[in-house]
Ligand binder design. Structure first.
Ligand code: ADP
Ligand code: MG
Length: 229
C-alpha cells in the first residue's frame, strides 16, 4: 500500500535549514494496522504529510497504492488524496457551521457525487461510527469523541483503502480515545490499511506493528522482529 525509499525532508534553506527526516525506508502492506510513534518534534506529522501526498520529499520515492507519487500529475494526486486516503486529525477539523451529515458529505461533494448518493453514503458512514442519532447535530453540540467519530465517518465516506490518522486520540479523554481506537481496530479487521501516528506508547499498542521514529530516523520497527514487511 505504501512504500517509502530513501526519503529526506528539510524545512527552510541555508543557515535556518532543519533536516526533519533522514533516509526513511518504510513499507506498509495492504490491510496492516501500523502505529508510527515518537516524541513531539520527531518528524511524525511531516512523515504523515508525505505519505498522504500533502507534501513532497526532497529526495527519495513515495509509492502509494502502486502509483509513484513524484511522477503523478496534480490531478492524479488529488484523486489519490480524495479516493484512496481518508485523513483523521487530532483536532477533528470539522466545519463548525455544518451539521454532522454535511461535514461527512463534503468529500463526496468534491468527488462530484449526486445528491441522493451523497445522502445515502453519508448516513451509512455515520451509522458505521455509531452516530445515526446525531446526523443533524453541529460540532459544538457533540462531545470530543463524537466529533472525532464524525471526522472518521467523513474519512470513510469515499471508501478509501488507507486511513491516515495523526494523533487521533490526542485531544480526547481516555474513554473516548478507547472508543476511537476500537473503531480503528474494527476498520482494520474489515480490510482497511490503518496508519496511526501517536506520541503515546499506550495508544500505539493498539496497532499490530509499531514503528518508532526519533530525530527524523526510524529507530525501531516491530515488523523487523517478526521478520516481515
Ligand atoms: P511531530 O509530529 O513528531 O511532533 P513534526 O513533523 O510536526 O513532528 O515536526 C518535526 C520538526 O520539524 C519540528 O522541529 C518542527 O518544528 C519542524 N517543522 C515542522 N513543520 C515545519 C515547517 N512547515 N517549517 C519549518 N519547520 C517545521
Ligand atoms: Mg505531529
Amino acid at each position: 500500500m505504501i512504500l517509502l525509499e530513501g526519503i529526506d525532508k528539510t524545512y527552510g534553506t541555508g543557515s535556518i535549514a532543519v533536516t526533519v527526516l533522514r533516509n526513511i525506508h518504510l513499507e506498509v502492506g495492504r490491510g496492516e494496522f501500523v502505529a508510527i510513534m515518537g516524541p513531539s518534534g520527531s518528524g511524525k506529522s511531516t512523515l504523515m504529510n508525505l505519505i498522504g501526498c500533502l507534501d513532497r520529499p526532497d529526495c527519495g520515492t513515495v509509492r502509494l497504492d502502486g502509483m509513484e507519487v513524484s511522477q503523478a500529475s496534480e490531478g492524479q494526486l488529488a484523486t489519490l488524496r480524495n479516493r484512496t486516503i481518508g485523513f483523521v486529525f487530532q483536532n477533528f477539523q470539522l466545519l463548525p457551521r455544518m451539521n454532522a451529515l454535511r461535514n461527512v458529505e463534503l468529500p463526496l461533494v468534491y468527488a462530484g457525487a449526486a445528491k441522493r448518493e451523497r445522502m445515502k453514503r453519508s448516513r451509512e458512514a455515520l451509522e458505521r461510527v455509531g452516530l445515526s442519532d446525531r446526523v443533524e447535530h453541529f460540532p459544538a453540540e457533540l462531545s470530543g469523541g463524537q466529533q472525532q467519530r464524525v471526522a472518521i465517518a467523513r474519512a470513510l465516506v469515499n471508501r478509501p483503502k488507507l486511513l491516515l490518522a495523526d494523533e487521533p486520540t490526542g485531544a480526547l479523554d481516555t474513554r473516548s480515545g478507547e472508543t476511537v481506537l476500537a473503531l480503528f481496530r474494527e476498520l482494520h479487521k474489515e480490510g482497511k490499511t490503518v496508519v496511526m501516528i501517536t506520541h503515546d506508547p499506550e495508544v500505539a499498542r493498539h496497532a499490530d506493528r509499531q514503528v518508532r521514529i526519533r530525530d527524523g530516523e526510524i529507530v525501531e520497527d516491530t515488523a523487523w522482529r517478526r521478520g516481515g514487511a
